[in-house]
Design a protein around this ligand. Sequence first.
Ligand SMILES: Cc1cc2nc3c(=O)[nH]c(=O)nc-3n(C[C@H](O)[C@H](O)[C@H](O)COP(=O)(O)O)c2cc1C
Length: 335
Amino acid sequence: MTTVHPPTAWDVSEYDFPRHGALTDKLKFLVNYAVLAPSLHNSQPWKFAVRADEIRILADPTRQLKVADSDARELYISIGCAIENLLIAATYFGLYTSVTYFPDAHDELLVASVSFTEGAGAPSLADQERFLAIGLRHTNRQTYANKPLTENDLQRLGASVREPDVALQVSDDTHLKLAVNALVVSADITQFADPNYRDELNNWIQQGEFGYRWLISRMGQLATTYLASHHKPIKPEADIVINAPLLALITTHADDRCSQVKAGQVFERLALQATTLNIGIQPLSQIVQVHELKPELLRLFEAATEFPQMVFRLGYTDIATDETSRKAVDAVVIP
Ligand SMILES: Cc1cc2nc3c(=O)[nH]c(=O)nc-3n(C[C@H](O)[C@H](O)[C@H](O)COP(=O)(O)O)c2cc1C
């Protein structure tokens, strides 16, 4: 059996799924969808060990951003995003899945073991939609339309949260947006004052994996931060946080690795659902990377007893088409 690899990661075609092949070949094919997941700075901190009827998902600590993500929290969130894609693709191709998180209590790098069984039958319409969104989802850093999200769309997004220990808070309150924007400014000032943070960012930018849009967007945010910190007026349309129709926060009841992975799964489910509704989504992670700012963030979203995992903006917008690079599947599948 020859494994089919698309020209770029985003060109993966469901028609290349080895429908009549061995289960292992099917599982290898699913990895093509797992790697399209978002990850902090496109770090892709994952490895996949494909067995006869199981995929083990491992953390790759060499891909951790040691300064921005010093406790590797966002590394585990990113892996959660990849696990979610894997499960969605498996369901689409008629496979049952069963996930065991951290099967070895002594090995934090072995994040999950997913076992697969054939015979699940045709996917539901919702499953098909979610699957098709995997190849269309991109972090959307454009300006979003100044239009509130409909009640129906809000409900569909809310339905993405299925884990009892993960919660989603949303707000369109102007005061909250102003306060969150102040946190973004404060986080940027703190991070860029740290030479280690600047060095790390520089290294990752040189690797060229963030993509051009990320750089432009970060520059725009920094210009806003600079002006705000010097009490200079900011062009209203330049302020992506204040202009966002909706701000959202994913929190967890605990801050262990498993909760972080599940927060990532919820984030990816939301991002895929948003894609199907022409809703853009962009994380604003600097706030949760500066630990001192977390209590204020939680206070603003009235979630003081929770742990903040992902903060992001949402709004109707043109579908983003920027296809960020991915490592070759062969480079992340290990024996
Ligand atoms: C945990 C996590 C944190 C992220 N933080 C930010 C962020 O602060 N700002 C941003 O613009 N994108 C952020 N992203 C999006 C990544 O930069 C993006 O997923 C990656 O560059 C790959 O691009 P894609 O999502 O378009 O496939 C984050 C993604 C994850 C999973």
